[in-house]
Design a protein around this ligand. Structure first.
Ligand SMILES: Nc1ncnc2c1ncn2[C@@H]1O[C@H](COP(=O)(O)OP(=O)(O)OP(=O)(O)O)[C@@H](O)[C@H]1O
Length: 278
């Protein structure tokens, strides 16, 4: 049984300008121990798909799917109470804006402890020990001292490490990382990616990496789904995708990498599109 299995997922938003189809019949499967990258340009529906699976879309969204299961548990029919037991514990998510994702009014230690209080039966002492242990595992120096730090007293890279710590605090079976390095400096990006891959390998959890960056795909993924305008263009293992891309859109994405620039300007995906798109 797959960890996450979604069939024919469709999401439509009710907007002031009428219905907007953000996702049109996409399938996703992730197994334990696997890294799936979902890649595509902004607006292709990468985040919407995962937010739909986690039940985090606003009620202007109409979600349908033939199947949406986590370890065989039907996510479509879960009550709010049952969902809270799964989301944040067995499935957790990190977002691209680490500083904005943390609450500025509470210390890092408090926020981490809250996650553990919500999802475990650990005592106060055990929670403190576990918080220090997790901060150590995500590479925060002087973790005991940092418990009392507020998010604004930490760098963007450190805040992202704290977000990762919160996400893995309850040893999730599936971690969804939505553009986790986009807001960070290039050197820090590499460190955070390496950390995520190490944590994934050590724990054997499934990891879904949402990204628009083919470099991130190459560094992390086992398998890749390429999305464009709410549809799946291609799915392949990472080597096949880079060596033998099938879809014109994947070829365009790869051709538009800066290292493939030949003229005096960087190529864009649309340079490779046929009239009317892909
Ligand atoms: N709450 C909403 N109401 C209306 N439209 C929405 C809503 N949330 C997302 N959308 C639209 O759905 C489409 C897909 O959005 P999504 O955030 O999944 O894109 P993405 O591929 O993750 O891109 P990005 O990397 O920019 O987040 C976009 O056109 C977006 O504007």
């Amino acid at each position: 049984m797959s960890l996450l299995e979604i069939r024919n997922l469709k999401v439509e938003f009710d907007t002031a300008r009428g219905p907007f189809k953000a996702l049109d019949g996409v399938d996703y499967t992730v197994d334990a121990g696997e890294v799936l990258a979902i890649v595509g340009e902004s607006g292709s529906g990468k985040s919407v798909a995962m937010l739909a699976a986690m039940g985090l879309l606003p009620n202007t969204a109409t979600i349908t799917a033939d199947k949406m299961e986590f370890e065989g548990l039907d996510l479509r029919t879960l009550s709010a109470q049952a969902r809270r037991k799964v989301i944040g514990k067995d499935i957790s998510m990190i977002f691209q804006e680490p500083v904005a994702s943390l609450n500025p009014c509470f210390t890092v230690g408090f926020q981490l402890a809250e996650t553990l209080k919500t999802h475990t039966d650990l005592s106060g002492r055990q929670i403190k020990d576990r918080v220090i242990e997790i901060l150590t595992s995500v590479g925060i120096p002087d973790p005991a001292g940092r418990l009392r730090a507020f998010p604004h007293q930490m760098s963007g890279g450190q805040c992202q490490r704290v977000m990762i710590a919160m996400a893995i605090a309850c040893a999730p079976k599936l971690l969804i990382a939505d553009e986790p390095t986009t807001a960070l400096d290039v050197t820090i990006q590499k460190q955070i990616l390496d950390l995520l891959v190490k944590l994934q390998q050590d724990s054997g959890m499934g990891l879904i990496m949402i990204t628009h960056d083919m470099g991130v795909v190459a560094e992390t993924a086992d398998r890749v789904i390429v999305q464009y305008q709410g549809r799946k263009m291609e799915e392949a293992d990472v080597l096949t995708l880079f060596e033998n891309p099938k879809s014109p859109y994947t070829k365009a994405l790869l051709s538009a990498l800066p290292e493939n620039a030949t003229g005096d300007r960087l190529p864009t995906v649309s340079d490779y599109a046929e009239a009317g798109g892909f």
